[in-house]
Design a binder for this molecule. Structure first.
Ligand SMILES: Cc1cc2nc3c(=O)[nH]c(=O)nc-3n(C[C@H](O)[C@H](O)[C@H](O)COP(=O)(O)OP(=O)(O)OC[C@H]3O[C@@H](n4cnc5c(N)ncnc54)[C@H](O)[C@@H]3O)c2cc1C
Ligand code: SF4
Length: 469
């Protein structure tokens, strides 16, 4: 039966039931089928000056790919996406579309914006299920580029350079490629063995070589890479966790979200067939209000804990995506907002037994434009818990910059790089993604990888030559 389309409302997307999914690690959102995708695509007005496109950091021709979905030509829709992004199945799932393309969609003025992210995801999944692969259509140009880090920035830069005829090798410190996509974002939001591994394979299919278990700055230096490569791109991310510096933070049962999530996602601690140890709390306090905090909370919940988010501002200021907050609440996570930890309490064996907090209220806006949280006098109280997961954001690891002469950094220890070209203070070295911007988003890291790929091509003065059919 054909789906009836209401021009002002999205075709609803199927999801796992909240009570069921709170106990498993399977993907929450089930995506559109062909009929649903075509119905949703028919809501697009195919604007001549598409505002959605202006909201996309990699400028995907959104009306063009949506048109192909509308007429049922899914392979052509994939071709369009493929021109702009190496990771459409990832972006369709985790990009904050509600503040980017979808926020600008004209359909959103009087009703609900077109579900651009869900359509992107549908096309990428359809292409995977039907064995479609991106193609290289240019001759090799004899130039070699080394890429440090196989996260979204590195994969994008490498993919674009391979498509332009370069020989590219990615060096990745971990045993798996994907960066935060494999170690940070949980399986229930972004499946690893199907979605992430497939998009990494697509980058390899362009001719990119990926060497894992190589820590640049320790195993090999950037200067040594420069002896063998024409250029180097640094996309090493911002994986260094931050802590609050409060008493008791060294107690047993206090984790950084990065460690907790890495054990579970990359090292598969949640699966019976893996030996990775993970602490399964009875009651966990997650400190922070961003995507990372939501991921840590929803992971602890699925492992079996009663889970509280403790956030110092109000719900309106939560930096996490609205969809993640909505899902977390549906699953039963308790939000203790306007509340800030001051001390972690431990028992005689050094194990967490509580989190001392103060109540907060919002004052005048600070330099970020958000209202400054202030302590409410005499408001101290204790949340009994046996685990605290600090999810306060991450910083760039200074190891690479410290081991490389002439590579300038900012006061935040991020690498200084030109936004338009990725060029750094060191000749032939480019950088982009979280290592330059600080912790940001997948699509911004991809945008930076793209800009650097273009910067490298401009520096090396090569023009792609098509392969004759
Ligand atoms: C838990 C979590 C949830 C998130 N959720 C979202 C979300 O929903 N939506 C969104 O858009 N963004 C989200 N983000 C942010 C997003 O994942 C990052 O902004 C993005 O991954 C940055 O990409 P990148 O390539 O710069 O770095 P990364 O993804 O961090 O990749 C860097 C890679 O470099 C490797 N590396 C580091 N140092 C070296 C070295 N010396 N030698 C070799 N390799 C090295 C690392 O091992 C890593 O694989 C989330 C982040 C986290 C932590
Ligand atoms: S702005 Fe909205 S309606 Fe217009 S082309 Fe983009 S997705 Fe379609």
């Amino acid at each position: 039966m054909a789906i009836e389309v209401d021009a002002f409302k999205r075709v609803p997307v199927r999801e796992q039931d909240a009570q069921v999914r709170a106990k498993n690690f399977d993907e929450v959102c089930l995506g559109y089928n062909e009929e649903e995708a075509m119905a949703e695509a028919s809501r697009c007005l195919e604007c001549k000056n598409p505002r959605c496109r202006m909201g996309c950091p990699v400028s995907i021709d959104i009306p063009k790919f949506i048109h192909e979905v509308k007429v049922g030509n899914f392979a052509a829709a994939y071709e369009v996406l493929n021109t702009y992004t190496a990771l459409p199945a990832v972006c369709g799932r985790v990009c904050p579309q509600e503040t980017q393309c979808e926020q600008k969609c004209v359909r959103g003025v009087k009703g609900e914006a077109v579900s651009i992210g869900k359509l992107e995801r549908f096309v990428a999944d359809w292409a995977r299920e039907h064995g479609l692969k991106p193609q290289v259509r240019v001759k090799k140009n004899g130039k070699k580029v080394a890429v440090i880090g196989a996260g979204p920035a590195g994969l994008t830069c490498a993919g674009d350079l391979a498509k332009a005829g370069y020989d590219v090798t990615i060096y990745e410190a971990l045993h798996k490629a994907g960066g935060v996509l494999v170690y940070g974002i949980p399986e229930f939001r972004l499946p690893k063995s199907t979605v992430v591994a497939h998009e990494v394979e697509n980058v390899k299919a362009l001719g990119v070589d990926i060497e894992t278990d190589v820590v640049i700055g320790k195993t090999v230096s950037i200067d040594e890479l420069l002896e063998n490569y024409d250029a180097v791109f640094v996309g090493s991310g911002a994986g260094l966790p931050k802590f609050m510096g409060i008493p008791g933070e060294n107690s047993n049962g206090v984790f950084s979200a990065n460690e907790y999530l890495t054990r579970n996602n990359l090292m598969k601690a949640y699966r019976d067939d893996y030996d990775t140890p993970i602490y399964v709390p009875k009651k966990a306090v997650i400190v922070g209000g961003g995507n990372v905090a939501m991921d840590a909370a929803r992971t602890a919940l699925r492992l079996g804990a009663e889970t509280h988010i403790v956030y110092r501002r109000s719900e309106a200021e939560l930096p996490a995506r609205a969809e993640e907050v909505h899902h977390a609440k549906e699953e039963g996570i308790i939000f203790d907002v306007l509340c800030n930890p001051t001390e972690i309490l431990a028992d005689e064996n050094g194990w967490v037994k509580g989190c001392k907090c103060v109540r907060m209220e919002l004052g005048e806006p600070d330099e970020s434009g958000r209202r400054r949280p202030q302590v409410v006098k005499d408001s101290e109280f204790v949340i009994d818990c046996d685990c605290v997961i600090m999810s306060l954001g991450t910083a760039a690891n200074p190891m690479l910059a410290n081991s490389t002469t002439g590579l300038n950094t900012t006061k935040y220890k991020t690498i200084e790089a030109d936004e338009a070209t990725g060029a750094t203070s060191k000749a032939r070295v480019f950088a982009g993604g979280d290592v330059v911007s600080g912790a940001a988003t997948v699509i911004l890291a991809m945008g930076a990888g793209k800009a650097a790929a273009k910067g490298i091509q401009d520096m090396l003065g090569t023009t792609p030559e098509p392969i004759e059919e």
